[in-house]
Design a protein around this ligand. Structure first.
Ligand SMILES: [Zn+2]
Ligand SMILES: [Zn+2]
Length: 375
């Protein structure tokens, strides 16, 4: 039997101590002293700052290059990232790029979800699973970034300064030193830790797969609520360079809103988006696949399968026609957009939507039919 790699006692001590203090110290202080409003506000600001530094900074900016940030923004995110205590940008991004490249590969993916909930959530950080260390070869671009390299070289100092120095200073200033250390230091850190860890564990276990089933990642709107918008993980693994994770305007994705807001302030640029037709086509392909699988499990006539594939082809054609024309018109100047062009686009859109409704109807019929057969 293979021997387990040695334990990393520093990580175990940090996770255990912070969790125990948050679990016992925080309620004890609430009952015996009561927290001040100021400590609560400081904790909330730190929670948002450190968490979003991971999602907008470590993840979407540095790991995936989904957008570009002004150096001032990079500094704020690099310091907030140190406060989240998840290793330096360089280290985190190198791991994360491997996670995407070898997702679900138990030998290569550093937090492969196929090794179970606990391993992907925290277990991977508790033992020396990567004894050879890191060469950061997959992050050469980041090694040229002065903000990233400064944070990497002075990581320990930034961690102590943000996690202990800042709460102590602000707590002393507002007259609730211990309360602020407990809330903005310990409880905030534990909450940010597990929110981020959920993206590696739960977001690969719980939810739907509208875009692809080539990996275990899932879309989950509930999870987005506690992960600063990163619950739409199936979309993210399918289209990793998109600066959005929740693509609809109503999808809860504060990280996306922050990046968009920074763009308006001229502090962000180069926001990358996957073209809508590619997203729609991926979704459609997945629906076809699921319907085909459903059909293959039931004794239905091949006629239904033929109809399904025919409708799929037609829908794909209408999708491409509509989005192709939309793309063409977007490139035109305003004065070139005559009434005829607009009318044509409207017609193409209507034809696409009609075909879409037909497709949904057919899929509903298929579900009803297979359910009937089961009874
Ligand atoms: Zn990612
Ligand atoms: Zn993932």
């Amino acid at each position: 039997m293979n021997k387990k790699p040695p334990l990393i006692w520093l990580n175990i001590a940090i996770f255990t101590l912070t969790f125990a203090v948050a679990l016992i110290g925080v309620p004890w202080y609430a009952l015996t002293h009561g927290f001040s409003w100021a400590s609560g506000i400081i904790a909330a600001v730190f929670w948002l700052w450190s968490g979003i530094s991971i999602t907008a900074g470590y993840h979407r900016l540095w790991s995936h290059k989904a957008w570009q940030a002004h150096p001032s923004v990079q500094w704020v995110l690099a310091i907030g990232g140190a406060m989240a205590l998840q290793n330096s940008i360089l280290h985190w991004c190198a791991d994360h790029r491997v996670h995407h490249k070898h997702v679900d590969n138990n030998d290569k993916d550093p937090y492969s979800a196929k090794r179970g909930f606990w391993f992907s959530h925290m277990g991977w950080m508790l033992r020396e699973y990567q004894p050879d260390g890191h060469d950061y070869n997959n992050a050469r671009d980041l090694q040229k970034n002065p903000v990233v390299m400064h944070q990497h070289q002075h990581y320990g100092a930034w961690v102590l300064l943000t996690n202990i120095g800042l709460p102590v200073l602000l707590g002393w200033l507002c007259g609730d030193l211990l309360g602020t250390v407990l809330l903005a230091g310990f409880l905030r850190l534990v909450l940010v830790h597990h929110a981020t860890f959920f993206i590696n564990s739960l977001a690969h276990i719980w939810g739907s797969q509208p875009y692809s089933d080539a990996h275990t990642s899932k879309d989950n709107g509930w999870l987005a609520l506690v992960t600063y918008g990163e619950g739409y993980h199936n979309f993210h693994h399918t289209f990793e360079y998109d600066y959005r994770n929740g693509i609809r305007w109503w999808h809860f994705d504060p990280t996306k809103w922050l990046i968009k807001g920074l763009e308006k302030l001229k502090l962000a640029s180069g926001l990358r988006r996957v073209p809508s037709d590619r997203i729609e086509a991926a979704k459609l392909k997945m629906q076809l696949k699921l319907s085909q699988q459903l059909l293959s499990r039931h004794q239905t006539t091949g006629e239904f399968l033929g109809k399904l594939e025919q409708e799929y082809d037609q829908l794909l054609q209408k999708l491409q026609a509509y989005y192709g024309e939309k793309q063409r018109l977007l490139k035109l100047q305003k004065h070139q957009l005559d009434r005829k062009a607009r009318r044509q686009l409207k017609e193409l859109k209507q034809a696409f939507e009609l075909q879409q409704r037909q497709w949904q109807l057919l899929r509903q019929q298929l579900h009803a039919l297979t359910e009937e057969q089961q009874r």
